[in-house]
Design a binder for this molecule. Structure first.
Ligand SMILES: [Zn+2]
Length: 311
């Protein structure tokens, strides 16, 4: 039985939902397994589908990575590039049972791709998504200790912002064609002793006023914060377009290593949900998906993609 699978994790291929995204004017990649005698059928006015053969792997991988990381150099970029090239080389072998498909968007909407063997087959919905761009500012809190000395409230610093952006832009860029640009990454100092855990009232009265008014979203790093019980170790304030993320993130609900960036993505998810004027906060009960009330990850799904953007 033929099947569609992703080449890279969180790359906008939602195989369980027979759904994938392709950036408008760009392309995405999907692997078709067990492709012997399979014929592809699709709307040729809106999609162009090419097999990635051995001689194309380096160029296609480079274009794919460039579109998602832009000019940014990072270890994450090198790692993803290596993973993708390795997977494409394995698939592009002549006479191999799988095909690497490069799916380019020429139109708009959500055309279907069918892979047919005889009279039976599988289908994939292909959402052609316009690109969305938002600006984000990061503010790192300093305040006074009991003796009046200025101290850092958070272990994170402006030097961490390139990593935040790499992770956010892969989470939302590769999965939903939504990208963020940092317009500010600076320390702020509140000349008061605020204590180790920042209360919600103090956050609104003494910290939120430091937001960047010309940024679409300001994210505050304050160390510890008195998040509400139903929230993932942070908070998004829709009336202010700011969010706060605690240093430790939320280890019980995310995989190891993703507890902090997962909460940041969760709060950014609230922002995107709110930007689309969707009802409610955006929390749901689909376990393992970002914004879930249960276990979460950096994975989006078809429903979440449609809640935060439009095709
Ligand atoms: Zn939430």
């Amino acid at each position: 039985m033929a099947s569609f699978v992703q080449f890279l994790q969180h790359s906008g291929v939602y195989a369980a939902q027979s759904f994938m995204i392709v950036p408008r004017g760009g392309f995405n990649l999907v692997c078709l397994r067990d492709s012997k005698d399979v014929r592809l059928s699709y709307d040729r006015d809106r999609l162009q589908i090419d097999d990635v053969r051995l001689e194309h792997v380096e160029r296609v991988a480079q274009e794919y990575i460039d579109a998602r990381f832009r000019t940014q150099r990072s270890q994450e970029r090198e790692d993803q590039s290596l993973r993708l090239r390795t997977a494409l080389y394995a698939t592009a072998r002549p006479e191999g049972p799988a095909r690497a498909l490069k799916i380019s968007a020429k139109g708009v909407g959500i055309p279907e791709l069918r892979a047919m063997r005889g009279s039976t087959g599988i289908k994939l919905e292909i959402a052609i998504l316009p690109r969305k761009d938002f600006t984000i500012a990061f503010k790192f809190l300093k305040h006074l200790d009991q003796s009046g000395k200025v101290i850092n409230a958070t272990k994170w610093t402006p030097d961490d912002v390139p990593w935040f952006l790499t992770k956010l832009n892969w989470t939302f860029g590769a999965q939903a064609n939504i990208f963020f640009t940092a317009v500010d990454a600076t320390w702020i100092t509140v000349q008061k002793a605020l204590g180790a855990k920042i209360s919600r009232d103090v956050f609104r009265s003494d910290i939120v006023p430091f937001k960047r008014r010309d940024a679409d979203l300001t994210c505050f790093l304050v160390g510890d914060y008195d998040a509400m019980d139903n929230e993932a170790a942070g908070e998004y304030l829709p009336d202010e377009q700011v969010c706060v993320v605690v240093d430790q993130g939320n280890p019980p609900v995310f995989d190891y290593g993703e507890a902090f960036i997962g909460v940041m993505a969760h709060e950014v998810g609230h922002f995107l949900h709110h930007k689309r004027n969707m009802p409610g906060s955006g929390h749901h009960d689909r376990s393992g998906v970002l914004l879930s009330s249960g276990m979460e990850s950096l994975s989006l799904d078809k429903q979440l993609v449609s809640n935060i953007t439009a095709w």
